[in-house]
Ligand binder design. Sequence first.
Ligand code: FMN
Ligand code: ADP
Length: 311
Amino acid sequence: MQVHRDLKKLPAFRNAVITIGTFDGVHTGHQHILQQLQEAAHACNGETVIITFDPHPREVLAGDKTVRLLTTLEEKIELLAHWGIHHLVVVPFTREFSELSATAYLEDFLISTFRPHTIIIGYDHRFGHNREGGLELLEAEQEKYGFRLLEIPQQVIHDAAVSSTRIRKSLQEGDVRLASELLGYPYFLQGKVVHGDKMGRKLGFPTANISLNDYRKLIPAQGVYAVTVSVGNGGALLQGALNIGTRPTFNGSELRIEVFILDFDREIYDAAIRVDFLEYIRSDRRFDSVEALVMQMKNDVEQARAISSRP
Ligand SMILES: Cc1cc2nc3c(=O)[nH]c(=O)nc-3n(C[C@H](O)[C@H](O)[C@H](O)COP(=O)(O)O)c2cc1C
Ligand SMILES: Nc1ncnc2c1ncn2[C@@H]1O[C@H](COP(=O)(O)OP(=O)(O)O)[C@@H](O)[C@H]1O
C-alpha cells in the first residue's frame, strides 16, 4: 500500500475506486467497505484509494483534546495494508478544509483531485461544512462528472450497527469481547515499558508498566484482563494478566497499565510492548492486606492462562 501525505504529490490513479472516512478502528463495518472497494476495482481494472483525515476531525473542530481513538494513524495504516489496498491518502484536516461547502468539497477536492471512476460510501456519510453534504448531493452530481456511486448499507451485528462509537463504549465498559467481535480482531495497546515503584517483584509478580505511544488512544475500563503480550518488534506471543487501575491497595492515585507476563523472566525496561485484550476478568479493588492481593493475583494469573490457552 502506498501512503500519500502530500496532496500536491499524488500520482495519476488508474480508474480510481475511492472511499472516504476516518476509519477509526478499521472495524468489521469498515472491512465490508474495503471488500466492496476491491471487488469494484477488480471489475474495472482500477486502483483502490482510501481517503482519510488526520488529525481526527473532532479534535480539530471541537478543539477536543479528549477525543479517544481506537487506532492511531500508524495503526490504521498497518491494518489497512493487510487488506491489500493500493493507496491511502492522508489529508491534513484543518479548520479551513472543514469550511469548504459540500459542493466545493465534492467538485474542487474530491473530483478534481481523484477523478474517481467509482465512489463507495457508507449509508450515513456526510461531508462539507457542517456536514451539509451527503448521498443526495453525490447522486445529483453523478451524471455531470461520470462517476459510479455505490452505497453501503448498515452492517448489523447483534441487531445494532457496528460503529466506532459503539466499540468505544464497549471498551469503556470493559466489554473487550464485544469490542473484538465488532472490530474483527482483539483491541490492542502499544507502548514502552517504564519503571514503576519496584513493588511487583517483592510481591512475586513483577509487572511491566506500560507508557502508551499515543495519549489519544482509548484505554479500556479499569480492571483486570487476560491479554496476549509481545515484547520488542515481532516478539513471540506471550500470555499475560493485565491491570488497569490506580492500585487502591497501595493508596495510589495515578492510572497505571501494567502486565504480569506468564512464564517469563527478563528485564525489558524501554522495550516496545503490545498487549491484545482477550477477556475481562474482574474489577480492580482495594484489598485489606498485601497477602489478600497476592492471593487474588495468583487466581487472576490462572484465569488468564486458561483464557489464553483456549483453542
Ligand atoms: C493481574 C493483576 C491484578 C491486579 N489487581 C489489583 C487490584 O485489584 N488492586 C490493587 O490495588 N492493585 C492491583 N494490581 C496492581 C498491583 O498492586 C501492582 O502490580 C503492584 O503494586 C506493583 O506495582 P509496581 O510494578 O509499580 O511495583 C494488580 C496487578 C496485576 C498484574
Ligand atoms: N514475568 C514478568 N512480567 C513482567 N515484567 C517482568 C517479568 N519478569 C521480569 N520482568 C521485569 O521486571 C519489571 C517489573 O518489575 P517490578 O518490580 O514490578 O518493577 P516496576 O515497578 O519498575 O514495574 C518489568 O518492567 C520487566 O523489566
